[in-house]
Write a new protein. Structure first.
Length: 433
């Protein structure tokens, strides 16, 4: 899909200062940037085009948590056609505390309604009082949502110096009859695509750092649980771990050079590390109890994992060479499925409350701060962080069957992402593009 979209600069994009305006949007005192969307005007394309682009763009901006969407008409700012030069709306916006204005025009390439569609996107920056960006996005009607996603990501990058999440993907497991197959979808739940179709159980997907591959556990029969890898672009699939017993919960290191996983081939479930370059394997845990669910720190120097060595399952940390093992969670009798934030500041996990409810909790790597993130009905499982560390995706039975949900890292804005009649679970959020 990405190959179908090209971006050509319409006017000079001012790059100076972009790296200097780094905003930490996960700080409690962070103030979102007031932004107004003037609109995406239709100019010769399909009737639905402008409205669709505007709808997707606004949703992406809202989810970015970098900007606060301002309702311009409520401020008396009603603009239809801005163009590429100075406009009275710019002054009105500044006077009302709106820092950024975005707008665009959508149409068919060269005016041909049957040809590829295009979107011209523009950005007005109130601080510099200039139109600081303008780009054209061209592609088939099948990539219209991707055009808006790309525009949103470029807005986020301009004002934070970080990649946005609008073009990220979520891999997940979907019930297909008696089988469990891997799917991948856009981060907002659109454009689902089936990756496996072998009729077996394909579980626990995790991304490679370059977004090209997924590793997962493949249950081909009761006695064979391998770890496979699949290339998303081609569907090519192969086995990378095939040891006796269980081989589960794979996780690639941030540099992609190591695969951590749990295996029972030497007895109980222990953690192992496979060098993806040399194929050398190292056993990392040597405890009589079961260890599983490794999650890498963003530095690649530590891992979090779940172990029942202290009775019920708890979260432990260790160095990447298997040394310096220490217990992290002490509150509650069940804590499992750790997921280390890409910012390194939190570890998400499944916690069982005193009411025997399975919810999501967060804990700092030093164990000094713990918060319960979700509450209410439903069983939560499989937390996975967005690459910007501002959101989590997870599965929950809030509405009955297991479905995929998104939530902000502060526990706000719970949003359902999958709506099929089948069970969907085990989400894994991709790295940024």
């Amino acid at each position: 899909m990405l190959g179908c979209l090209v971006s050509v600069g319409l006017i000079g994009i001012i790059e100076s200062g972009a790296a200097d305006v780094f905003l930490e949007a996960t700080r409690p005192d962070f103030q979102k940037i007031p932004l107004g969307v003037i609109g995406i005007q239709n100019a010769g394309g399909p009737e639905w085009l402008g409205g669709r682009l505007e709808e997707v763009l606004k949703a992406d901006i809202r989810r970015s948590l970098v900007f606060s969407l301002v309702d311009l008409p409520s401020l008396g700012i009603k603009v239809r056609d801005v163009g590429t030069g100075p406009h009275p709306a710019f002054k009105q916006a500044k006077e009302n505390g709106v820092s950024v204005l975005v707008w665009g025009k959508a149409g068919a390439k060269d005016g041909d309604k049957d040809a590829d569609v295009s979107m011209d996107g523009f950005v007005y920056d109130g601080e510099s009082d200039e139109i600081v960006g303008g780009k054209r996005y061209v592609g088939s009607s099948s990539v219209v949502r991707l055009m808006a996603h790309r525009f949103a990501d470029e807005l986020v990058f301009r004002y934070t110096g970080e990649p946005g999440i609008a073009r990220t993907k979520i891999a997940y497991v979907s019930e297909q009859g008696t089988a469990r197959e891997l799917f991948v979808m856009d981060y907002d739940g659109y454009e689902p695509r089936q990756l496996t179709s072998d009729g077996f159980l394909n579980l626990m997907p995790r991304w490679s750092p370059d977004r090209r591959f997924l590793v997962f556990t493949a249950y081909r029969n009761r006695n064979t649980q391998d770890i496979d890898m699949i290339e998303l672009a081609t569907g090519k699939r192969w086995t990378i771990v095939s040891l006796a017993g269980l081989n589960i919960t794979p996780a690639l290191s941030p540099d992609g050079n190591f695969l951590a996983f749990a295996s029972s081939h030497e007895g109980n479930s222990e953690l192992y590390k496979l060098d993806t370059r040399t194929k050398a394997m190292q056993r990392m845990t040597t405890h009589a109890s079961g260890d599983l669910s490794p999650s890498w720190a963003p530095s690649g120097r530590e891992l979090a994992f779940a172990s029942d060595r202290s009775g019920g399952p708890q979260i432990f940390l260790m160095s990447a060479d298997g040394t310096n093992v220490r217990r992290l969670t002490f509150e509650g009798d069940y804590n499992a499925a750790p997921a280390w934030s890409p910012r390194g500041n939190w570890i998400a996990y499944v916690c069982r409350t005193p009411k025997k409810e399975y919810k999501l909790c967060l804990i700092t790597p030093d164990g000094q701060k713990r918060v319960q993130l979700t509450a209410g009905p439903g069983v939560e499982d499989s937390p996975s962080w967005s690459p910007d560390g501002r959101h989590l995706v997870f599965s929950s039975t809030i509405d009955g069957k297991s479905q995929i949900y998104m939530i902000n890292a502060d526990g706000k804005d719970l949003e359902r992402v999958t709506f099929t009649g089948t069970h969907n679970s085990a989400p894994a959020w991709s790295p940024a593009s």
